[in-house]
Ligand binder design. Structure first.
Ligand code: 13P
Ligand code: SF4
Length: 319
């Protein structure tokens, strides 16, 4: 604890010295969430992280999350320095959607509007017409469908299938998945619901369809937070990365939150729903990158103008 407190003090001092601001995702360690908020930064979902980073006056952004979040910040503000605690913090959706294969898939469907999830590389974004995050995907696809578009969707097949069910849009899918949400299990969830009959079930739409079908509310990390605040219930079961529990409990004292079961829940692993890449973000690395300027995100300047188009469209749509 003494070491953590010293690191936090050091980070507070360095943020001021370097005119830097922290942007953290809900899935990173509670220390990094609290520190971001306390120092004038933000803890949020991927959409709000992008907008905050673009609009903040600080010339240095420290993005605690995974690589695509740092890259999006850099694409939106190439003149800023974007630092990340660990540059190897990636995402199974990004890894599972290499640009060459994705581009060939797009070439097979030239008549379709290409909609990609934020959890992708800059090169994949540069091949897309629209970018979406889980908090705006439904509204954007619905608007595109109403305007007569057929959709090519990548990379998360569960989120894509959820949107197809909700909107009735004509969609073809890339076959990607989030290794965290893909692990939630419907049968075990039904059993847990029986143990807690009053509990409402909150599910992130990257989860499998059988799990989504058991939800009382489906949505992005922000939508889950909102549902927990607004729903008339004292008890919840939550199917998303357990990093979310920190904010859920902080904002809802007196309410009880249970983690939804994954295949790995057992006597030895009670909380398996945690992204290994989000877990790579730590206090010591934040202090180190602020001090040394190491781990600056670089995006190929040739990609930036084209990659920015779908991001700008999303930000304008959701403004
Ligand atoms: P949100 O876009 O809901 O923040 O979550 C996406 C995600 O899984 C980030 O890794
Ligand atoms: Fe990617 Fe899933 Fe981790 Fe989010 S939680 S960064 S979608 S692997």
């Amino acid at each position: 604890p003494a070491e953590r407190a010293a690191l936090k003090d050091k980070i507070r001092r360095l943020l001021k010295e370097k005119n830097a601001v922290m942007v953290s995702h809900y899935y990173v360690h509670p220390d990094l969430q609290d520190l971001a908020e306390e120092t004038g930064g933000i803890v949020s979902d991927s959409l709000k992280m992008a907008r905050f980073g673009r609009d903040h006056a600080a010339q240095t952004l420290v993005v605690s999350g995974v690589r695509f979040m740092g890259e999006t910040a850099k694409i939106l503000s190439p003149e800023k320095t974007v630092l990340m605690p660990d540059l190897d913090a990636t995402c199974s959706l990004d890894l599972g959607c290499p640009i060459d294969e994705f581009s060939a898939f797009c070439d097979q469907h030239p008549e379709r509007t290409v909609v990609v999830y934020a959890n992708t590389s800059a090169a994949v974004k540069a091949r897309a017409d629209w970018l979406v995050t889980s908090s705006c995907a439904l509204d954007i696809v619905r608007a595109l469908k109403d305007a007569g578009h057929k959709i090519l969707w990548a990379p998360d097949r569960h989120l894509g299938a959820y949107i197809e069910r909700e909107t009735g849009a004509d969609m073809v899918f890339w076959n990607g998945a989030c290794i965290v949400h893909d692990e939630f299990k419907a049968l075990e969830l039904e059993l847990l619901k029986k143990e807690h009959p009053q509990a409402k079930v909150l599910v992130h739409p990257e989860s499998p369809p059988e799990v989504v079908a058991l939800a009382d509310a489906v949505g992005s990390t922000s939508a889950i937070l909102q549902a927990a605040r607004e729903m008339d219930a004292r008890e919840f079961i939550v199917a998303t990365d357990n990093g979310m529990m920190h904010k859920l409990r902080r904002l809802n004292p007196g309410k009880t939150f249970h983690e939804a079961p994954t295949a790995g829940n057992s006597a030895t692993c009670k909380s398996c729903a945690h992204c290994p890449w989000m877990a790579m973000n730590g206090l010591a690395d934040v202090a180190r990158v602020l001090e040394t300027g190491a781990n600056a995100i670089h995006v190929d300047p040739a990609l930036i103008p084209r990659a920015r188009q779908p991001i700008d469209r999303m930000l304008a749509f959701t403004a």
